[in-house]
Unconditional design. Structure first.
Length: 475
């Protein structure tokens, strides 16, 4: 048996591979095990995020947005496009290349940081004194001994109880990212983040898209004003969104899939689609981990149970990312990975869930950090709001993308920023200013007094901050 490792990380997604890098940086002898395999049997570290999540979805969102711009937005700029054509195969091949570049980048980072990488499935195989034995099955079989273990095994898509995924007509996120030709009629179950992003991709490429959402409210986690604006803009783009839907039957036909539901008014409805994407949330992945054998406690929903510092029920075993409670976001998984590595090294890693940004990469993009107006109202917090529309921002006008606004919510007594909400161009980039402000305990007045470059979209952030005090300059 080889020398024991200080740390073995099970799972090489954004949580696991970042945790491994930080452990190695802190001088720990580190191994990472990941079972994702690409064509040809090569390892594909990076997890859901790199292989079938964040990265490929953003590649297709960019490609489809380019196509839509060339077809619709360029004319306004005096650019005439003739013979515009779509090559979905090439678009998919580009996306696959972007993914492979990221896989290779992570393999390089393992080498650079002297992390032993094992390609295969890791499972707890009992104790070796105070240490843990971890068995690796697959391409690089091994039995490892680890003083400490980080479980970062991620999540997997949740299927409708009515019908399993079949990789052909009823698609999960992996299937939604790999559709080989534009479907004429696309159904999407769930108006969450995946449903809206993937629905946008295929609508831009020419599909007629219907999104069926169970909850009565649209984007219930977002600020109500943002959700309202988003729904209006998505409808204008042609994304048909129905809320308050109860799906009663899903039936595979010869070449289609028939869906029956009752609508918000209780009326029976039905439609037939060429493809159906089911995006109704994800469940933690503890498959074949040997959790039960070693007594690793799971909570009632199947997540690995952890305390506020990501410690599990077992000594020297930690868990991070999608497999534990909290938002299922790549950057949350990464931050937990860094924090756990630092705690192991006797430092004081910290993750503040209140300052984790959320981004939906639709057009316009939607991003927020901190509290929504409805949350502040429910908690009885007195606040002031400032809101500035991109239609009054010079850079947005020059871009030709003036939809949406920035809204800043600040404590009525102290002016401390409690939430920042953006719907509009590059919201994903703009939100960082809100995150920094909140992390530094900034007031709206602080942002209002900071010099922002002109012309820039970030000026909308400054104006919204000025708006908290009722003194916007450009509106
Ligand atoms: P994962 O990324 O799921 O990685 C876990 C890894 O461990 C996988 O490779 C898995 O195969 C492997 N594994 C599991 N069990 C074992 C085992 N026993 N042995 C060895 N290996 C094992 N988040 C964002 O922040 N921004 C986005 O834009 C975004 N877009 C998304 C788009 C889609 C379509 C989807 C589905 C998700 C998206 N997410 C996004 C969410 C993000 O992908 C996840 O939050 C993130 O990947 C979680 O990281 P993780 O390391 O916890 O788990
Ligand atoms: P989600 O939780 O965002 O949305 C699921 C939606 O499906 C919800 O609105 C829910 O009410 C609805 N739903 C549940 N059951 C239903 C049913 N039977 N019929 C109709 N609707 C139903 O989950 P999603 O979109 O699957 O994404 C999974 C995770 O991936 C999310 O937690 C998200 O954090 C992450 N993700 C993040 C992205 C980003 O950061 N940009 C992009 C894509 C995914």
């Amino acid at each position: 048996m080889a020398d024991p490792f200080d740390v073995v990380v099970i799972g090489g997604g954004p949580g696991g591979y970042i945790a491994a890098i930080r452990c190695a940086q802190l001088g720990m002898k580190t191994a990472c095990i990941d079972d994702w395999t690409r064509a040809g049997g090569k390892p594909a570290p990076g997890g859901t995020c790199t292989n079938v999540g964040c990265i490929p979805s953003k590649a297709l969102l960019q490609s489809s947005e380019n196509y839509e711009h060339a077809g619709h937005a360029f004319a306004d700029h005096g650019i005439e496009v003739k013979g515009l054509a779509l090559d979905v195969k090439k678009m998919q091949a580009r996306k696959d290349k972007v993914v492979a570049q990221n896989n290779d980048g992570i393999l390089y980072l393992f080498k650079k940081n002297r992390i032993a990488f094992f390609h295969g499935h890791g499972a707890f195989a009992g104790r070796d004194g105070d240490a843990w034995k971890i068995r690796v099955d697959g391409a690089s079989p091994a039995e490892l001994v680890a003083a400490r273990v980080i479980v970062a095994t991620g999540s997997k898509p949740r299927a409708l109880p009515l019908i399993p995924f079949d990789d052909d007509r009823v698609l999960d996120n992996a299937g939604a990212l790999a559709i080989p030709a534009v479907p004429k009629r696309l159904g999407v179950v769930g108006a969450g983040v995946i449903g809206l992003e993937m629905g946008s991709v295929w609508r831009r490429l020419g599909a007629s898209v219907t999104v069926l959402e169970a909850l009565p409210a649209f984007l219930g986690a977002a600020d109500e004003a943002v959700a309202k604006e988003a729904r209006k803009l998505f409808a204008r783009q042609g994304l048909a969104i129905e809320t308050g839907v109860n799906i009663t039957a899903v039936t595979l036909g010869k070449a289609d899939v028939a869906v029956a539901w009752t609508d918000a008014a209780g009326k029976a409805q039905a439609a037939s689609f060429d493809k159906l994407i089911v995006a109704i949330g994800r469940v933690p992945n503890t498959d074949g981990l040997g959790a039960e054998a070693v007594g690793l406690a799971l909570d009632e929903r199947g997540f690995v149970a952890v305390d506020g510092e990501c410690r599990t029920s077992l000594p020297n075993v930690w868990a991070i990312g999608d497999v534990v409670r909290g938002p299922m976001l790549a950057h949350k998984a990464e931050e937990e990975g860094v924090a756990v590595a630092e705690r192991m090294a006797g430092q004081h890693g910290h993750v503040d869930f209140n300052t984790i940004p959320w981004v939906i990469y639709t057009s316009p993009e939607i991003a927020w950090v901190g509290q929504t107006e409805q949350q502040l109202k429910a908690a009885g917090v007195a606040y002031r709001a400032g809101s500035f529309p991109f239609s009054a921002n010079g850079r947005a006008r020059a871009l030709g993308d003036t939809s949406g606004f920035v809204k800043i919510l600040a404590d009525a007594a102290t002016d401390r920023i409690l939430g920042v909400h953006v719907i509009g161009p590059f919201a994903s980039e703009l939100i960082s200013e809100g995150v920094v402000a909140m992390e530094f305990g900034a007031s709206a007045e602080d942002i209002a007094r900071i010099c922002h470059a002109h012309p820039s979209l970030a000026e909308a952030m400054k104006e919204a901050a000025l708006g908290v005090d009722g003194r916007m300059l450009n509106l």
